[in-house]
Design a protein around this ligand. Structure first.
Ligand SMILES: [Zn+2]
Length: 246
């Protein structure tokens, strides 16, 4: 394992264009609660009861209530050493991009700057009529469905997350794909590699002969194309990949 870590570390140091691709696993180590674990009020519901365009159309107030509840849970969670290590890579490397499937904002709290949020950000909202984007404060004020504050729009605001059955933001996707296709190093952390189109990213990098490094507690759909599969918690392994150049 130490030998593999050393080789992966060398590959990262040599790389010019580095992509990091993260999924729920990196946040799980911070204890980001799923609403199931939270218990109580929402126990009898499924994610699909809220995270779909149909649910929002039929029960917007309830969907907002659920998102406020989840935001409150997520607000208590802090980034872990893996998030900080990714942020440090961002700071060190001129040519860097992080693509994350997480909506919890933990990468940004840790200091990452160049972040593609493939599935959105739970703390942001946007107007369904004019596209105006707002931070959380707008929607936290009342228990009602928030409406747009731009000029006299007053359109309905919705959480800026990609719901089941929705397409990913084409700009975010295109920028991520383009970067991956030119990367010479791709670090995959905490994702099963099963959710498409996001899961294509490491495969695009591989096609460009990038060195693919994976950190996961168990092998994933990406493992067969990796140069280095580092099994274990990202919070322990990621900092080691940066160590010697500190
Ligand atoms: Zn608007």
């Amino acid at each position: 394992m130490q030998d593999k870590i050393k080789k992966a570390r060398d590959a990262i140091q040599k790389a010019c264009k580095i992509m990091v691709f993260t999924g729920a696993g990196i946040s799980r180590e911070s204890g980001v609660p799923t609403f199931r674990e939270a218990g109580g009020l929402w126990d009898k519901f499924k994610v699909e009861d809220f995270a779909t365009p149909e649910a929002f159309q039929q029960r917007p107030k309830e969907v907002w209530e659920w998102y406020r509840f989840r935001r409150n849970l997520m607000r208590k969670v802090k980034p872990n050493p893996a998030h900080y290590a990714v942020a440090e890579l961002d700071e060190r490397h001129d040519d860097f991009l992080l693509a994350t499937q997480n909506i919890d904002n933990l990468h940004q709290i840790a200091g990452a700057k160049r972040v593609m949020e493939l599935h959105g950000n739970i703390f942001r909202s946007y107007c369904m009529k004019c596209g105006y984007e707002a931070d959380e404060s707008v929607s936290e004020l009342t228990g009602e469905v928030p409406s747009c504050t731009r000029d006299d729009c007053s359109g309905v605001m919705r959480p800026k997350v990609v719901w089941f059955g929705e397409q990913l933001d084409p700009d975010v996707l295109e920028q991520s794909f383009r970067f991956a296709a030119q990367a010479d190093c791709c670090i995959v952390i905490g994702t099963s590699g099963l959710v498409y189109p996001a899961a294509q990213l490491p495969f695009l990098a591989r096609r460009n002969d990038a060195c693919v490094i994976e950190i996961n507690p168990e092998p994933s759909a990406i493992t067969p194309i990796t140069d280095y599969f580092l099994q274990g918690p990202a919070g322990e392994i990621m900092p080691q990949l940066l160590e010697e150049t500190r």
